[in-house]
Design a protein around this ligand. Structure first.
Ligand code: PXL
Length: 276
């Protein structure tokens, strides 16, 4: 796969440094072609801004797919993030079946919740649909809130390895092949990601910064996809993405008034270096 091409389906939040405005530059910086299908266009993301616009692009999705089929356009991987409606999920499954190459990789970030709560506008009917998409994932990248909603296992802020394994096992029973569970912290000053790949668990642990910032999940998943498509193993890609996301958070916190997003741009060079 000398010059891989990734299809990514998520929204454009015009202001907010998340979803496509992060995914496209991050994947491009990894040296990988990134083609978007915008699921919706919002004036800003939905966390912290009021009265944002929301243009649902569900009806464009099958039209874009049909055109690509006529043109013979296919992708080495599909990576999905924030989706605008439950109906979109069935279109995404359809797109996956028709424009991803045989043996292509499906990376699903079930971007719908954090800190024990669904994002504004989502409900359990959306979660039910999302379960069906997650079942098709070669790599699923949930946080603990999303893993708990998908599996019906109680959400906990204090937990042990047994709890984390119960989430991972339940996700594999749903059909997910490999899982990168983010935001797993067993100690006050560290956090990390648990990688479940081909039946093996590993944990990449790093410094924990108390104040998170919006969009880090999207930056993480995008860097993971970029690194994976550059031929890194899932463990290496998970580590590279974690180191990069940590740098982005540090960069953001240097400017306390930058509250709405994650400053991933100034450290893109470090991500490029990590892939050399
Ligand atoms: O970062 C996830 C995300 C993406 N897109 C929109 C969001 C959010 C999280 O709140 O609101 C529109």
């Amino acid at each position: 796969m000398s010059y891989p091409r990734v299809l990514t389906i998520q929204d454009i939040s015009c202001v907010g440094q998340c979803s496509l405005t992060a995914a496209l530059p991050v994947i491009s910086a990894c040296g990988v072609e990134a083609c978007p299908i915008p699921s919706a266009v919002l004036s800003t993301h939905t966390a912290g801004f009021k009265n944002f616009t929301f243009r649902d692009l569900t009806d464009d999705m099958p039209l874009i797919k049909e055109h690509w089929i006529r043109e013979g356009i296919k992708f080495d991987a599909i990576y999905t993030g924030y989706l605008g409606s439950a109906k979109q999920i069935s279109y995404v499954k359809d797109i996956m079946a028709s424009v991803v190459k045989d043996g292509g990789v499906a990376v699903i970030d079930p971007a719908m919740a954090d800190n024990g709560k669904l994002y504004l506008g989502f409900d359990m009917a959306f979660v039910e649909e999302m379960k069906k998409l997650c079942a098709l994932a070669d790599y699923l990248i949930p946080n603990i809130t999303e893993a708990s909603l998908l599996t019906g296992i109680e959400y906990k802020t204090e937990y042990d390895e047994k709890y984390i394994r119960s989430l991972l096992n339940a996700l594999t029973e749903m059909g997910c092949k490999n899982i990168i569970l983010t935001g797993v912290s067993y100690a006050a000053d560290t956090t990390g990601v648990v990688i479940y790949e081909n039946g093996n668990y590993s944990y990449y642990n790093h410094e924990k910064i108390e104040r998170g910032c919006h969009g880090t999940g999207d930056v993480y998943a995008s860097a993971f996809v970029g690194a994976l498509m550059r031929g890194k193993t899932a463990c290496d890609a998970a580590r590279i993405a974690a180191d990069y996301t940590l740098l982005c958070i540090k960069e953001t916190l240097e400017e306390p008034e930058h509250w709405y997003g994650v400053k991933f741009e100034p450290v893109l060079g470090k991500l490029i270096d990590a892939l050399k």
